[in-house]
Design a binder for this molecule. Structure first.
Ligand SMILES: [Zn+2]
Length: 282
């Protein structure tokens, strides 16, 4: 029921979800002793590197940053395949493919929520239970299709799996990346055993993928028709206005018949990329 809690909180605010689950309750506590507390106490008690300190502290380190969409448009299911409408079956399929890369199933599978970060699949070996449903794993994962998360190979990461794990367990999980966290802990595994240290690592939460098949598409359309406010962000390419889509501008040269071609400074090969949020309407 931690997962149920997580996904319902995710609906309202990601930050609250992170505080209540991934980072545990300890993240809220001050991590450095106050200046007043250091004075008069022994150096051992004041030092944050105290060897016999055993608590696990997981705190946000680097949040996911997604580029904001520049434009918004509506995709109306009622106009699907009408003459001259851009709402074609093909366009709907393209947008749905992007949609399933940005959303996950809400607990129970009936509704969709926007994933807080890139989605990928993780292959892992559990190294250590960090408590509060968080596990340090050694993992491999693929780069996310949106390009925001690079691939990882044999890398330590923090995972919140759906079900509790034990050290040595292996598995594969569909996950959303929630950025990087700083984990302060005492490893119980070789070769780091017993050394109090802080690792800054990618953090992942296991979730349920929305099926990209025909049944998934039907559920998606049913949700829109029943009033769910769903949208997808895509990077669209348009012909560049500055150079007329040529990728270069012409400049007359004295005494020469041929114009000089200067590479266009606002586009790539004649195209500009604009991030657009497409809102689906019944
Ligand atoms: Zn241009």
């Amino acid at each position: 029921m931690r997962r149920a809690l997580f996904l319902s909180v995710l609906l309202t605010a990601l930050v609250r979800a992170q505080e209540s689950s991934l980072f545990g309750s300890k993240a809220a506590a001050p991590q450095e002793p106050a200046a007043g507390a250091v004075i008069g106490s022994s150096p051992a008690a004041a030092a944050p590197d105290d060897e016999d300190e055993t608590s696990v502290v997981v705190s946000p380190f680097r949040a996911i940053s997604r580029p904001e969409p520049k434009e918004t448009r509506a995709f109306s299911l009622a106009k699907l395949n009408r003459p001259l409408a851009y709402e074609t079956t093909r366009e709907l399929q393209r947008l749905h493919s992007a949609y399933v890369q940005q959303h996950v199933l809400e607990t129970g599978g009936a509704s969709h929520v926007r994933a807080p970060g890139p989605l990928t699949t993780l292959e892992y070996v559990v190294q250590q239970d960090l408590g509060d449903g968080r596990f340090l794993v050694k993992a491999n994962w693929l780069a996310s299709s949106d390009g925001l998360l690079p691939a990882g190979t044999d890398a330590y990461a923090v995972l919140m799996p759906e079900k509790p794990k034990a050290a040595g367990d292996t598995g594969q999980a569909f996950v959303t990346n929630v950025g990087q966290v700083a984990v302060r802990f005492t490893p119980t595994f070789a070769p780091l055993v017993g050394r109090r240290l802080t690792l800054r690592r990618e953090a992942f939460i296991e979730c349920q993928a929305i099926p990209g098949n025909a049944a998934g598409m039907q559920q998606f359309m049913d949700l829109i028709r029943s009033g769910a406010e769903l949208s997808v962000v895509t990077a669209e390419k348009f012909p560049c206005k500055t150079c007329g889509g040529l990728g270069f501008t012409r400049e007359a040269q004295k005494g020469k018949l041929e114009d000089r071609r200067n590479p266009c400074t606002v586009c790539e090969s004649g195209k500009v990329t604009v991030r657009i949020e497409t809102k689906f309407t019944p």
